[in-house]
Design a protein around this ligand. Structure first.
Ligand code: AHR
Length: 493
């Protein structure tokens, strides 16, 4: 039996729009080709940034974009990416295929991209191979109204300082960002954070490098030694099969479907375990969890560079996105940002490009449908549901989030996913505390688990109108097709 009770008049926590954030790294074709094509490109662009991708991301109200990495961040030296492009030095991108990075996309181009997108920047600074001075001066260059760094910025065509809040102090410092031990990094974090100044009226939101997956020992040390100096702690978790089971995004069986959903659902226990540690040091929940890398990670598409991490994206990825976003929403009292890896052409992208062509992936459509939860109030929701089982693996059949519109439009939104790829799910919902007069919705589903969009058939998977919800007083009956993601809008008289 599938039953949901929602208290529409309760709810205190807001689901931050930043939970629907993205991440773009200098990796494969994410920046070069996917975002930056240069001013002379025949691909329509504004100051070198491709307009189709900007349009697509604006349509899902991208709230924040993390840059320049990832592993790349800890070998990136920002001064290489400012000034006349022809004079910028090159470097070898050692993490991602040893390709030559010519630094034509740097600080000014990134912030122009954020302006075009209407989103907030989130910069990750270099701790692994950089210096405290280098990071300090980057912040000064970006945000100081006056002084030597501001003069330098002005000389490069930007008189006014930018507003930058989100600042990461290193990436995966336990791994590609320097292979550090937690105590060592905690000290380094404190040292860097000390010199990350607030210039003028800019206020930094300092984010420490957090654990990989469920490594609570790292969180313990960071919270104990540096918790009071940080505003956020990052967490990374990828849904990825261990080596012998690796598969591409599109070729898999039902074990591959349920297996990856099980891994995505681990996000819940990972967050809960870090919250338990953080609550001991920070019971007021001042320090946010910034879940700044997540998503499904497959073998690359055949024939592509293994270090470019280019993968297709199917209905299975869409389901990973839906259950993950539901989990982030449930924990919005601590999780105040999340960034899908990565925006385009890398890992679980929302957009794929090929030359001048662009397509929207099934994951894109989940972000589109779920945008109704951005900055909305999370409604308490009691969910009882059947279990979907395959062999030894079992997951809940349903995943859901309910929220109340923040705009005063008096709308309730309910996202509801049926994880079972074979069986429809009838769901009885009771919505208490608000008179409702109408329901409408959209559904994302397909005949096959591996349905996906291609450049020849870009609309094979896209949301359509959903007529499977019937409202009667406070009762809502929903007939979910197998492997479907539905978002309902409930209006009041
Ligand atoms: O997103 C790809 C890589 O995964 C990032 O560069 C790194 O932070 C993580 O290991």
């Amino acid at each position: 039996m599938n039953r949901i009770v929602i208290n529409a008049d309760l709810g205190e926590q807001v689901i931050s729009r930043h939970v629907f954030g993205h991440f773009a790294e200098h990796l494969g074709r994410c920046i070069y080709g996917g975002i930056w094509v240069g001013e002379d490109s025949p691909i329509p662009n504004v100051r070198g940034i491709r307009s189709d991708v900007v349009g697509a991301l604006r349509a899902i109200r991208i709230p924040v974009l993390r840059w320049p990495g990832g592993c790349f961040a800890d070998e990136y030296h920002w001064t290489d990416g400012i000034g006349p492009r022809a004079k910028r030095p090159s470097m070898v991108n050692t993490h991602w295929g040893g390709v030559v990075e010519d630094n034509s996309f740097g600080t000014h181009e990134y912030l122009d991209l954020c302006d075009q997108l209407g989103c907030e920047p989130y910069i990750c600074g270099n701790v692994g191979s950089g210096t405290v001075r280098e990071m300090q001066q980057w912040v000064e260059y970006l945000t100081a109204p006056a002084g030597p760094m501001a003069d330098r910025r002005r000389a490069h065509g930007r008189p006014d300082p930018w507003k930058i809040a989100f600042w990461g102090v290193g990436n995966e410092s336990w791994g590609c960002g320097g292979r550090m031990r937690a105590d060592y990094y905690a000290d380094l974090y404190r040292r860097h954070a000390c010199y990350l100044r607030n210039f003028g009226d800019n206020r930094l939101f300092r984010i420490a490098c957090g654990p990989s997956g469920g490594d609570t020992a790292w969180t313990e040390v960071l919270m104990r030694e540096a918790g009071r100096h940080m505003d956020g702690l990052s967490v990374h978790h990828y849904s990825r099969f261990p080596p012998p089971q690796r598969q591409t995004a599109t070729v898999f069986d039902e074990a591959g479907w349920i297996g990856i959903l099980k891994l995505a659902l681990r996000t819940e226990e990972i967050i809960a375990s870090h919250k338990a540690v953080m609550d001991r040091y920070d019971p007021a929940r001042r320090v946010a969890i910034i879940f700044d890398e997540w998503g499904a990670w497959w073998e690359v598409e055949p024939g592509t560079n293994p270090r470019f991490l280019y993968q297709q994206n199917t209905l299975r990825d869409a389901m990973v996105a839906a259950v993950s976003l539901d989990i982030f929403a449930r924990h919005c009292d601590r999780v105040r940002m999340a960034n899908l890896a990565q925006t385009d052409n890398v890992l679980q992208a929302v957009v794929l490009t090929e030359g001048e062509k662009m397509l929207l992936t099934p994951t894109y459509h989940v972000f589109d449908m779920f945008q109704v939860h951005q900055d909305a109030t999370l409604l308490p929701l009691d969910l009882r549901c059947d279990t979907y089982t395959l062999g030894e693996v079992a997951v809940p059949t349903l995943s859901a989030t309910a929220s109340r519109d923040g705009s005063g439009a008096r709308k309730v939104h309910l996202s509801l996913s049926n994880l079972d790829p074979n069986t429809p799910a009838d769901v009885e919902c009771v919505i208490r505390g608000r008179k409702l007069s109408g329901v409408s919705g959209r559904v994302l589903t397909a005949k096959d688990m591996n349905a996906h969009n291609t450049f020849d058939a870009p609309d094979a998977v896209r949301p359509t109108r959903f007529d499977g919800a019937k409202l009667s007083g406070e009762n809502l009956a929903v007939a979910l097709p197998p492997k479907s993601i539905v978002v309902l809008e409930l209006v009041s008289p």
